[in-house]
Design a binder for this molecule. Structure first.
Ligand code: NAD
Length: 497
């Protein structure tokens, strides 16, 4: 691709088509038939019974050690699968967040596992009530390519904390990483505890049809629908971690440069290939140009050069790169002002799959970049008149995975929190709510259903069993046939008549 030189150059000519061939999906099916693997895991679950807190903590510790041992291999594998992935980004998201989740789970596991005393309805006193958390059995995990280790192992942390066994299917787009995930797991845990199966959409499809005790899927909304349909055949409960268009709203009282710097950092991390990346920006009408200039300054600071910068992550595949180019070309053809941010005025070859951070100014609703999740370093910038207008814009669209608001005014923050519905919110930054181990993570409606991370992850993969223990003294006998005067009197009392 040829790019226009200059830090804030308006791009006019459509770039040539990318020449990188689409990668061959790895068709490596696990040596074992997934159905047989599931039988093995379930039999082991039944035989071994419910694992104690000590056993679960030992499994989590073993996973942490294996992951830490393989951190270099993980960074190399992801870099090779992406054709260039920042090592720091891998260490932060694919290694650190999983280790932090393990540490948090180990510290809180006993408290999460403790039976929870609940109030007994007064008629039944002195009987007692409690909720007991019980492992479900075997959980299926289908993961995407963008943070391939984190999105395979972080659900696994919750699954193991809750005392389950698991079967993982990583994405076929990251075959080297899938091999390293299999190695990390096999060195840490027995093969009747966790298994990794490899393959593409066909294997995923068969995987989603297996009669798991729970299925957690992270990926696109399109495939999420297929997974839920397949799981419904066996009434397998699903947790769907999907995507969507997460807006970043810049309040009129917030410094434009600071907002732009934080939004562009969130947008360019991992080449924009983050489910909670700010998808588009809503800025006060009339400030679009100032915001664009601040974005250019921010990119120049983050990435003084882009072409051979190991900090700047490539787009994962030729087809993904072509789709992003299509979003930009479509916006340009429909009249948007396209601004490529190119601090060193470089030419980025399509074969490198590194894409210039690109702003789409004056986008309209019909443009593809406002219809589908961007999932790359392209930021549409929409002007709004007042906060009500910005909130309406967000609410007129499918419920997003995240909403970001930049502002100081407490009323405005409260309005955004109460008047928009999203999986999560970060105020005055982007994406950081996801890194909090004690906050649940998940989407809402088209951006997902159910939660994991922290206590909610433990709860998601546990059966919350209601237990009532009858006391020696029982009043319920008074309400059994044959119904006579005592029952009538008691009912009058209970019904307050
Ligand atoms: P994808 O939906 O194409 O694939 C995800 C996984 O599903 C892969 O392992 C794939 O092999 C498998 N799969 C494909 N077809 C299947 C089928 N018919 N049945 C079962 N499994 C099937 O997603 P992707 O391109 O790998 O990831 C990008 C998407 O994931 C984006 O939309 C992004 O927002 C979303 N995402 C969400 C989160 C989150 O936590 N909410 C995190 C990362 C990515």
């Amino acid at each position: 691709m040829t790019s226009t030189p200059g830090p804030l150059a308006e791009a006019s000519a459509p770039p040539p088509e990318p020449s990188a061939p689409p990668p061959e999906p790895s068709a490596r099916s696990g040596a074992d038939d997934p159905r047989r693997v599931l039988v093995r895991l379930r039999e082991a679950f039944r035989t071994a019974g419910i694992p104690s807190a000590d056993v679960r903590i030992a499994s989590l510790e073993s996973l942490a050690q294996s992951l830490a041992r393989h951190k270099e291999a993980v960074a190399e594998a992801i870099a090779s699968d992406f054709g260039g992935r920042s090592k720091h980004e891998t260490l932060i998201v694919d290694i650190f967040t999983v280790l932090a989740a393990i540490k948090h789970a180990k510290a809180h596991l006993r408290e999460w596992m403790a039976a929870e005393h609940r109030e007994t309805s007064w008629v039944f006193l002195p009987s007692t009530c409690e909720v007991v958390r019980q492992p479900l059995g075997v959980v299926g995990i289908i993961s995407p390519w963008n943070y391939p280790v984190q999105l395979s192992l972080s659900p696994l942390v919750s699954v193991l904390a809750a005392g389950n066994r698991a079967m993982i299917k990583p994405s076929e787009l990251v075959p080297h990483t899938a091999d390293v995930i299999a190695r990390i797991v096999s060195e840490a845990l027995r093969d009747d505890q966790v298994a990794v199966v490899s393959g593409g959409a066909d294997v995923g499809e068969a995987f989603a049809r297996l009669p798991f005790d729970h299925l957690v899927f992270t990926g696109s909304t399109r495939v999420g629908k297929l997974v839920m349909r397949a799981a419904s055949e066996n009434l397998v409960p699903v947790t769907l971690e999907l995507g969507g268009k997460s807006p970043a709203v810049v309040g009129a009282d917030f410094d434009t440069r600071t907002a732009a710097a934080r939004i562009m950092a969130g947008k360019t991390f991992n080449g924009g290939q983050t489910c909670v990346a700010p998808d588009y920006a809503l800025v006060p009408a009339g400030t679009e140009q100032a915001f664009a200039e601040a974005c250019a300054a921010a990119v120049a600071q983050l990435y003084p050069t882009l072409a051979n910068n190991p900090d700047y992550t490539a787009i994962v595949s030729g087809p993904h790169y072509a789709r992003l180019r299509m979003l930009v070309d479509d916006a340009r053809a429909r009249g948007a002002r396209v601004v490529e941010l190119n601090p060193a005025g470089e030419v980025l070859e399509a074969t490198s799959r590194k894409m210039l951070p690109t702003l789409v100014l004056e986008p309209t609703g019909e443009m593809a970049c406002m219809q589908e999740e961007v999932f790359g370093p392209v930021l549409p910038v929409v002007g709004y008149n007042d906060l009500a207008d910005a909130i309406r814009y967000v609410n007129d669209r499918p419920r997003p995975l995240a909403v970001y608001y930049f502002g100081h005014d407490r009323n405005a923050i409260e309005r955004v929190l109460s008047e928009t519905v999203s999986g999560g919110v970060t105020i005055n930054e982007t994406t950081l709510h996801v890194l909090q181990d004690d906050l649940p993570f998940g989407g809402v409606g088209p951006s997902g259903m159910g939660h994991y991370h922290g206590r909610e992850g433990f709860e998601t993969f546990s059966q919350q069993k209601s237990v009532y223990r009858q006391s020696r003294i029982s009043t319920t006998a008074l309400l059994r046939p044959p119904y006579r005067k005592t029952a009538d009197r008691l009912l009058r009392f209970l019904l307050g008549s």
